[in-house]
Design a protein around this ligand. Structure first.
Ligand code: FMN
Length: 218
C-alpha cells in the first residue's frame, strides 16, 4: 500500500501520498469523488473541469477520479479482521495514496447523497484512511446550491481529521437565471464558475503544501 516499488524507482512520501518519478518534481495527488451517480451529473462535470484546469493551468497538482458506485452498503459484517470486500479495499487504497481530496456532490434532502456518505463510512473504518488528508468541496444542487450538504460534510470531516479549506466556498444553484451554467451532458460552461473552481483548487494546493511541507511541488 505504501513504500518503495522496485524497477520504476517510484517512491511514496511518508505521511502523504505524493508519488513521483525519482528526479522529477513531486506532484500533489488529488483524488476526486463525485457524490452523484447520475450519468449526466453536473457534479461529475465539475470534476471534469477541475481535471482540465489542473492539466492546463495549475502546476504541481494532478487529479484522478475515483468511482464509488461499486461499493456495497456499509456493513461491518463484511469485514474479516482487517480485510475488506475487494471494491472497498480498492477504494480505500486510492484514498490512502492521495494527498488531498476533492468532493463534488449535490444536496439530497438537506444532506449528503447516500452513496457519498456510504463511501466515507467505508473509508473511515480502522485505520481511517481519510485522516490527515486535506480536502475541498464543491456542489451543484437545487435551490440551496448545496450549502446544507456542504455543512454536513464539514461536520463529518471534524470527526475524521479530514481537513477542509474554509474558503473559497462554491455553491452552484442548478438552473436559476440565464446564461446556462452546464450543458445537457453536465459539462460546466460558465466561465465565471471555472474561475471560481480554479481559485478553489489553488487554495487547496496552498493548504496542502502548508499541512504537508514534505511535498515540494514545482
Ligand atoms: C432525492 C433527492 C433529494 C434532493 N434534495 C435536495 C435538497 O434538499 N436541496 C437541493 O438544493 N436540491 C435537492 N435535490 C436536487 C439535486 O441537488 C439536484 O438535482 C442536483 O443538481 C443533482 O446533482 P447532479 O446533477 O450532480 O446529479 C434533490 C434531488 C434528489 C434526487
Amino acid at each position: 500500500m505504501s513504500g518503495k516499488k522496485k524497477g520504476r524507482e517510484m517512491e511514496v512520501v511518508p505521511g502523504a501520498g505524493a508519488t513521483t518519478e525519482k528526479g522529477a518534481a513531486k506532484m500533489i495527488k488529488l483524488v476526486a469523488i463525485c457524490g452523484s451517480l447520475r450519468r449526466d451529473s453536473m457534479n461529475r462535470g465539475l470534476i471534469r473541469s477541475a481535471i482540465k484546469l489542473c492539466r492546463e493551468c495549475i502546476d504541481g497538482m494532478e487529479i484522478e477520479q475515483v468511482e464509488i458506485d461499486a461499493l456495497p452498503f456499509i456493513n461491518p459484517d463484511l469485514e474479516a479482521g482487517a480485510t475488506f470486500p475487494p471494491p472497498v479495499d480498492a477504494f480505500r487504497r486510492r484514498i490512502l495514496e492521495a494527498d488531498a481530496l476533492l468532493f463534488a456532490f449535490p444536496e439530497y434532502n438537506y444532506s449528503l447523497p447516500a452513496p457519498l456518505k456510504n463511501a466515507i463510512d467505508w473509508a473511515s473504518r480502522p485505520p481511517n484512511v481519510l485522516a490527515d488528508k486535506t480536502a475541498a468541496m464543491v456542489s451543484a444542487a437545487g435551490g440551496s446550491g448545496g450549502n446544507r450538504s456542504q455543512a454536513h460534510l464539514r461536520q463529518i470531516g471534524v470527526f475524521l481529521d479530514l481537513h477542509f479549506i474554509n474558503k473559497p466556498e462554491l455553491f452552484i444553484v442548478r438552473g436559476g437565471q440565464p446564461p446556462q451554467k452546464f450543458d445537457a451532458d453536465g459539462n460546466l460552461i460558465d466561465p465565471h464558475i471555472k474561475d471560481d473552481l480554479k481559485s478553489l483548487l489553488l487554495s487547496l494546493k496552498a493548504f496542502t503544501l502548508r499541512l504537508h511541507p514534505n511535498i515540494s511541488s514545482s
